[in-house]
Design a protein around this ligand. Sequence first.
Ligand code: SF4
Ligand code: SF4
Length: 481
Amino acid sequence: MGDADGGTVKAGGVEEEPGRTTESFRDSMTIVTKEGKRSWIYPKQPSGRYYRWRTILSLFLLAFLFGMPFVRMHDAPLFLFNVLERRFILFGAVFGPHDFYLLAIALITAIVFIILFTVVFGRLFCGWVCPQTVFMEMVFRKIDYWVEGDHRQQRRLHRSPWNSQKLLRKGTKYLIYAVLAFAIGNTLLAWIIGTDHLWTIVTDPPSRHIGGLTAMLIFSTAFYWIFSWFREQACILVCPYGRLQGVLLDKNSIVIAYDYRRGEPRGKLRRGADRTKGDCIDCDQCVEVCPTGIDIRNGTQLECVNCTACIDACDAVMDKIGKPRGLVRYDSATAIATGVPRLWTPRVIGYSVVLLLLLTVLTVLLANRSEVDVTVLRTPGMFYQDRPDGRVSNVYDVKVLNKTFMKVPVTVMLEGMEGQIEVMGGDLAAEPQGIAESKLLILLQRGQLAGLSTPLTIGVYADGKKLHTIHTSFLGPGVQR
Ligand code: SF4
Ligand code: SF4
């Protein structure tokens, strides 16, 4: 199709190269020229119901992303993903290296969920929730339209020689990009190390936080580069989730699809002439708005991020020509071919069963997870001690791991038998997120002993609430030969 400024520009705003047509979509990429150079995409700004809903959702997501690091519970972040120290906070509960098994199961569950979700709903996540798409299409692309104008004006500016106007517009745009990239980089850092630590890095002398400042710089630069230059290539060339679509999707997956049965044979609309062709009037509006420059009428393609822009564009066209909406819509290849959707395939049922099992295991483990772990082990290398008062004592090592944000004083008691427990070195109280270690001296009467080893039950309490029941043994004279 023709370009407003007379150049040869293909639909979708991709710089056109001679001989490149939509028919060559299988062996070429819209973002790469025949010479292997970058083809910049200038998509038309979408408008329509899906774009409106995506805008509203993205506002919530952005508020969550930027605001959540400041939400606190018990004077600690509600969420934290400190991969460096292997410390995670989810809904205020702390998970550390000792919870590795939980994280591993949660990760496997998440992977199965993603697979199942993708098998059923295709790349719905990419279009609506993925941070790359949200930032690219709902933030940076909107800045493009705001500063440089619509897709035609952007293209014209791109081709124009450098002058004061171009310098001003490009300079303004990239300055805003840089500020945003800095904000995103710092926010990511806040999710990892927390706002307190981030604030310390910002306010302390730089020499004290070389590592933190370097991370800040790397994150900000990476985001600036991704959103100012790399853009849609992140989805098409790099994203592992995008690359997996080829194996995850099948003909029953719900994707953004063109109804070829209704649309073909496509053909221009001629005023006054009887229409003998399909509903597609070959207006290329669906391609004009595509941020990855593809033509959805060629079928599901790896480049499609399910952004819904082509649905909105085609619906607007259908409204104008008085045809029902939905020539491009969410649907499966099966439903388009047969008119009957098929959701519960053996594959979906299989994944659902596995997911249900994993979720059950994870729920049980989480429900039984203790916030304070206590271990009591007899001190290695020590037997029993005869006391002057006729009693016998054993020494135990006790360790209290406190996963909460509060100091937890712990008391221990013998259960089911008389006896005395002394905590050596004072109270047994673990600092928040800390470990308390001490020794226990347990004294029993000789008459209570059942030979060389007497089973012992110790109750561990905090705030009058029982935390654990520990079973161990008590050595007595019977061990001497
Ligand atoms: S917007 Fe609709 S009518 Fe126009 S080319 Fe695309 S599918 Fe055909
Ligand atoms: S083809 Fe895919 S990426 Fe392109 S506009 Fe449609 S949904 Fe978006």
